[in-house]
Design a protein around this ligand. Structure first.
Ligand code: HEM
Length: 117
């Protein structure tokens, strides 16, 4: 079970890479107002959702304690991220503030994950 959980943590991190990478590589474009929500960001956010839910299930099946409040906060933040990226995915230029919000919320979720123990 440990190996399976670790595999899903690895997939969870690949999801972060796609979502945050899509943001970081466009920071300059964001300043110019020409950044856009890319398919990698959408698929990264979806990967976070699927692997996160799977991790909750796997940890519970393995009798490990899951911090429901922490997971709830992470889920709520991801729902906002996913909603923004999904709704704006076809727009050629993303609003600076919205694009920045997605990056900021993603970074916030990373620190919630690692600091809230
Ligand atoms: C942008 C969204 C997210 C980010 C950046 C993120 C980030 C992370 C990171 C860095 C880890 C590894 C560090 C650790 O073990 O604490 C992790 C683990 C985990 N994540 Fe996420 N996560 C996100 C969304 C979610 C969602 C939506 C869920 C559940 C619905 C979730 C559930 C979990 C679980 C269960 C673990 C295993 C370790 C633990 O108990 O905290 N994550 N996440």
């Amino acid at each position: 079970m440990d190996v399976l959980i670790n595999v899903f943590v690895g997939l969870h991190i690949i999801g972060i890479a796609a979502l945050l990478g899509g943001f970081l590589t466009q920071m300059k474009a964001m300043s110019a107002g020409t950044a856009r929500f890319t398919p990698a960001m959408l698929h990264g956010a979806l990967t976070m959702l699927v692997t996160g839910v799977a991790l909750v299930g796997l940890n519970q099946a393995d009798d490990q304690t899951v911090n429901n409040l922490k997971i709830g906060v992470k889920l709520a933040i991801l729902v906002v991220i996913l909603g923004l990226v999904y709704v704006k995915r076809d727009e050629e230029k993303a609003d600076k503030a919205l694009f920045g919000a997605v990056g900021g919320l993603t970074v916030a979720n990373i620190f919630i994950a690692v600091l809230w123990t």
